[in-house]
Ligand binder design. Structure first.
Ligand SMILES: [Ca+2]
Length: 561
């Protein structure tokens, strides 16, 4: 309380200082505070932060190059690599479902002489990096030039045939009934999510990679239609069953539902093989343009709704392709800071999933560093930098290593991937906590000690009893509400309070109970405080100092079962 008052007093001066730097003709919008309702995010230790690096299929061409990429990523303390192995219905790995890519075999459908995915996994894992298979979802074939279009050919005998040769009817069709041509301005001939066969094929490919390779996740890209006039293919029209022109809103919602379904089918198929494998997706930089930017929007122009995927429980990490810069005015045109807050609010605070905010290495080292710091401050679970080659050409490795990535970090655990009801212990010392689900918070009036034996973990904290609201807070996260038994651990002694007040709250801040514990006895063990009905989110137990004066209260650990 004292600290937050001090922070509030300092705020007007800070705002004035900021305002002085701004364009005074533009409306001043105050940056919102980091999301409330959980432990203070600014204090989240740097070691619980995803640091992903995108490595596209154009950025590696040999085992040696892959080893070099992983070495550089590991040296700069990245912890996740999104390694692209499916570009357009082809494979940069050994597959019996899709033909070997032109990039790997020299022509489509050859027999690979080496396996980039297997090499990447080994080189990443030997350096402590997670390796996620990056798969383009609805990119059917490269359509940037006639040359690229000409590469779509029958495979060598005995090798899998390309999906667009086997199923030309999977291609998207526009509102005039024209099938997506090659070449075209949308970079790829797109596949329609309205074809059940196309969706199933994508889910099979993803599950096949998850089953046969030791990947740490599946990362989808191009999870969208190429634009508003697509896809009037037969399967989509038949499933819609109405005239799209007469029902434009329904038609838009319907196309979004097809993309949603495709993501869910991938999620379920991969989940059936490896339930804990995270499914992430590169998502459009702007979900909905609520700022009047007159800019492109994933939701209404590409029928991409990652927020629905998160809320629906079939998506784990949204990775927005936000390659803009921070503008001098908050939420000015394509302000990166504004988009960061929007994605964190939608996917994390409301969606209950994680956001690794995208950062464009093309903007240079200083901007990359600034964005990483802001992402951390605003509570994003991680960052993802695009891409390897640009980090290299812009000389960003050393800046990261010497600055924002100087300390190693681990990828934040995804609590919803863990089955219900594992015990949660919240220790007073956060180095002992899984901070995805357990977090301790206390003012500096609480002293850390190891004087009395029998403490839980590596130490405990104590404070004198006084008529003061300065509690020690034990936060714990529950993915779903339910009944839990709470126990407390302390070190006992004659100077302890016999009425140490533990106050129990649910995630909405409703006080469930106050329990007075006698800390003069029963130290060095779990003591049940009671069983309460908690809610989904960050619940808490506070040990207050507000009781009979002249004693100490001991904050050591609590357990939730
Ligand atoms: Ca402890």
């Amino acid at each position: 309380m004292l600290r937050s008052l001090a922070r509030r007093a300092a705020l007007p001066a800070l705002l004035l200082a900021l305002a002085a730097c701004r364009d005074t003709t533009a409306p001043l919008t105050e940056r919102p505070a980091p999301p409330a309702g959980g432990p203070s995010l600014a204090a989240t230790p740097a070691w619980a932060e995803a640091r992903a690096l995108w490595v596209s299929r154009f950025e590696y061409d040999s085992p040696t190059k892959i080893a070099l990429i992983m070495q550089k990523a590991a040296d700069a303390n990245f912890n996740v690599v999104y390694f692209q192995v499916r570009g357009a219905g082809d494979a940069f790995y050994k597959s019996s479902l899709e033909p070997c890519s032109v990039g790997l075999c020299g022509h489509l459908g050859g027999t690979p002489t080496w396996d980039p995915l297997a090499v990447a996994i080994q080189e990443a894992h030997s350096r402590g990096l997670q390796l996620h298979a990056w798969l383009n979802a609805f990119a059917g074939w490269g359509a940037g030039s006639t040359t690229s279009c000409g590469y779509l050919k029958e495979s060598d005998p005995g090798n899998p045939r390309h999906m667009l040769l086997a199923h030309p009817e999977w291609k998207v069709v526009d509102n005039a009934g024209v099938t997506h041509p090659c070449p075209n301005p949308e970079e790829y001939v797109y596949v329609s999510p309205g074809s059940a066969g196309a969706r199933t094929h994508l889910a099979r490919v993803a599950a096949d990679v998850a089953r046969r390779y030791a990947v740490d996740g599946v990362h989808l890209d191009r999870i969208r239609l190429p634009g508003t006039k697509w896809s009037h293919d037969k399967a989509s029209l038949a499933a819609f069953g109405k005239d799209p022109a007469a029902y434009p809103t329904d038609w838009a919602n319907f196309r979004r539902s097809l993309i949603n379904l495709a993501v869910k089918e991938v999620y379920d198929s991969v989940g059936a093989v490896k339930p804990k494998l995270p499914i992430s997706g590169a998502i459009w930089q702007i979900y909905q343009d609520k700022w009047g930017w007159n800019s492109s929007q994933g939701y209404s122009q590409y029928y991409q709704d990652p927020y629905a995927w998160a809320r629906g429980g079939y998506f784990d990490v949204g990775v927005p392709m936000t390659y803009y810069t921070i503008t001098s005015t908050y939420c000015a045109f394509t302000d990166w800071a504004c988009l960061l807050d929007d994605h964190v609010a939608r996917l994390q605070t409301n969606g209950g999933r994680h956001t690794y905010i995208g950062i464009g290495a093309k903007n240079g080292a200083a901007e990359v560093e600034r964005q990483i710091k802001l992402a951390r401050q605003q509570g994003a679970k991680g960052v993802s930098i695009y891409s390897y080659g640009t980090v290299e050409s812009n000389g960003i490795w050393s800046v990261l290593k010497a600055g924002v990535f100087a300390q190693k970090a681990s990828v934040p655990p995804q609590h919803w991937k863990t089955p219900c009801c594992t015990d949660i212990v919240v220790d007073n010392n956060n180095t002992r906590n899984n901070t995805a689900v357990a977090y301790a918070e206390a003012s500096s009036n609480w002293t850390t000690a190891t004087t009395t034996a029998g403490y839980y973990g590596v130490d405990y904290r104590y404070a004198s009893t006084q008529s003061i609201s300065d509690p020690h807070t034990f936060w714990f996260y529950l993915p779903a509400g339910g009944s839990r038994t709470v126990s407390a651990w302390w070190t006992s002694g004659s100077n302890r309070s016999s009425t140490a007040p533990y106050i129990v709250y649910d995630a909405s801040g409703t006080r469930l109970a106050t329990v007075y514990a006698n800390q003069q006895a029963n130290g060095g063990r779990w003591n049940a405080l009671g069983t309460y009905t908690f809610t989904a989110g960050w619940n808490k137990v506070q040990l207050s100092r507000w009781t009979t004066s002249g004693y100490q209260v001991i904050a050591d650990a609590i357990r939730v079962q």
